[in-house]
Design a protein around this ligand. Structure first.
Ligand code: TRP
Length: 332
């Protein structure tokens, strides 16, 4: 616990491709965390290099990711926003934790199995120990909670196992963190295959609306959204496309499903889809404007990175010196 608040740690991949699913499902909840926890948000460039990167693009996306999160409402004055490789303690603790992580448990990680199938020509050791670096991220800040998507739950559970194992040998070293799987945020589905979750890596661009899509693109994607053959605008299990659009409109406007059904009673899908597109584009416009301003000001973004890295390093150093002492490393 820091300054009497619990600690929340989140790692975000340096990719500017976030969707309205990420926005409505998770990012919109950030102010809640800021109010209730001491929050660390870390752009994980060291995790990114477990698959091959083009250097100029990784650098650009690191700036873009920071700018996007700030534009979405993360206040750098109230949260610690920083870049992983700016705080060497992450890599240092990761090495130590490697010696407390088992080959068998790492082999069972489903993300490792998926990624090694996808990148069969580059199954490097970093891909294998990816979750150990993630454990180091979390444990360095003695995080109490880790808000993640369900795909990362297994990694947080591994982090708990590593922390327990370490604490068994060296009592009182790490806080054992809890994963928080966002269920409060809405689950937004693909616009083309509405029984699948909207995914930022969907190869079909018409299936995903991105936070940075321009107005015409947003409206066009909604116009092409899959619905069904009748024409009723109501939430129903056998109408996944229409239900998804109602959920999106409800999240964007704050209206209930009932209110939306009544408002569009008797109207056709074309009008309804146009209305969802307009509302969504209106929601994104101020975020995009702020994003552009921020991205044009690298000096400001670098000052945020610098301040964030200094703050993070302060807390990281405390944990790392405790760990070094417990392990028996000589300190000078
Ligand atoms: N692995 C996470 C993802 O792909 C990103 C991440 C890295 C992370 N370190 C973390 C998330 C620590 C939560 C806590 O989304």
């Amino acid at each position: 616990m820091l300054d009497n608040r619990q600690v929340s740690f989140s790692g975000v991949q340096p990719s500017g491709n976030l969707t309205i699913g990420n926005y409505l499902g998770a990012i919109k909840n950030f102010p809640y965390y800021t109010e209730n926890y001491k929050c660390f948000y870390c752009v994980v460039d060291e995790h990114a290099i477990t698959v091959r990167q083009i250097p100029a693009e990784l650098r650009r996306r690191t700036y873009e990711t920071l700018a996007l999160y700030i534009a979405c409402g993360l206040d750098p004055e109230k949260n610690t926003l920083y870049v992983q490789s700016h705080v060497p303690a992450h890599a240092e603790l990761a090495w130590i934790l490697n010696c407390f992580s088992m080959f068998g448990e790492l082999s069972r990680m489903t993300q490792f199995k998926d990624k090694s199938a996808k990148h069969a020509d580059n199954i490097n050791a970093g891909l294998f120990t990816y979750p150990v670096l993630m454990a180091a991220d979390i444990l360095l800040y003695q995080a109490d909670v880790v808000p993640v998507g369900v795909d990362q739950k297994q990694h947080v559970e591994l982090t708990r196992d590593i922390a327990d194992r370490f604490n068994q040998l060296y009592p009182g070293t790490f806080t054992v963190p809890q994963p928080i799987i966002s269920t409060s945020g809405a689950k937004i589905m693909s616009l083309q295959e509405p029984d699948k979750k909207m995914s930022k890596s969907d190869p079909n661009e018409n299936a995903v609306v991105r936070i940075l899509d321009d107005r015409d693109t947003v409206i066009r994607k909604f116009r092409r959204a899959v619905t069904d053959s009748d024409s009723e605008i109501r939430v129903s299990e056998d109408k996944p496309g229409v239900s998804n659009l109602i959920t999106i409109l409800s999240c964007v406007t704050g209206k209930t499903h009932d209110e939306i059904e009544r408002e569009f009673d008797g109207q056709g899908y074309a009008e309804f889809k146009a209305a969802v597109g307009e509302a969504c584009a209106d929601m994104l416009a101020p975020v995009q404007e702020r994003y552009k301003e921020l991205l044009a000001d690298r000096g400001y973004l670098e000052s945020v990175m610098k301040k964030g890295a200094e703050e993070a390093a302060y807390y990281a150093r405390k944990t790392l010196s405790k760990v070094r002492r417990k392990l028996g490393f000589v300190s000078l």
